[in-house]
Write a protein that binds this ligand. Sequence first.
Ligand code: C2O
Length: 353
Amino acid sequence: APIAAPDISKCGTKSLSGFKQVEDTATVKGTPTGGDCCPPDSSQILDFQFPKNQAFKIRPAAHLLSPKYIAKFNLAIKRMKELPEDDPRNFLQQARIHCAYCNGAYTQSSSGFPDIEIQIHNSWLFFPFHRWYLYFYERILGSLINDPTFALPFWNWDTPAGMTIPKYFKDPKSALYDPKRNPYHLNAVVDLGFDGKDKDTTDIEKVKNNLGIMYRYMVTNATDPEGFFGKPYRAGSSSAGSGSIEQNPHVPVHRWVGDPREANGENLGNFYSAGRDTLFYCHHSNVDRMWSLWKMMGGKHVDINDPDYLNTSFVFYDENKNLVRVYVKDSLLTKKLGYDYQRVDVPWLKSKP
Ligand code: C2O
């Protein structure tokens, strides 16, 4: 059976112990609490409907943003941070969503398994969960600046010019700034295979390695849906295996940005805190873009059609503070959700190692 959306009124009451680093199973200091993870409760849940006459959005490459777009993005995040703490659209409340679905705050009680936690990583739920998460995040940002066309930029780490953290994230006066990042990586070329240790390679070699990694995880190791999306995850079971892109470069980018001076690689390097760094949303915008690109390759590159996958549900707060239930089956087509990605070069397609 599919995993049903969690009962958020039971958030954090059962476990909150399944605390892991994005990749490591190493012991982690300080367990997240309900205050790190649990959203405000809601007396009613609406079923998701595709908005009528929605404005179409094009998510732009983060390193190509105009000053005007940067200012809009900054203002939207600033307003999100200024919302009252208990508003579900508030910046920290939005970060909690990731903590709740990833750190054992929710169990599968709605599906009849109150002793088994929900963990949307490491399984076929990775792509659709994060797509829905960003979908509502983007709608909230757009509504806070009265711009329904506002679209989340994607951190274009799969192209040479996009392989560093865009400048505007690093201005301490900006709402996009996060002090908890690796200070040695702020101006460096990202390592899409980062395993916790910096490699002694030149920038040119790094770029070449990165393109090779992209090819391996988008093409070589992703020849069918299970290879790309990850292993099945059904009610009554635990998540059992991640798809190619979730492994690399998704996890390495988290760890590469996270601050090694913090106990658990906060913020981006850890599930419970990842959503507190604005870069998270641009990182995941590009991860989400990989889903679209992969399907454009044709052949066996199709969505999973298992009913347990398609009927899995989650709940998110929308821009009107309504709690909305969504299904995986409604997440498969970005154009139906009202957005697409700016067309840019895809250099790794020609980078067979
Ligand atoms: Cu839910 Cu990139 O992690």
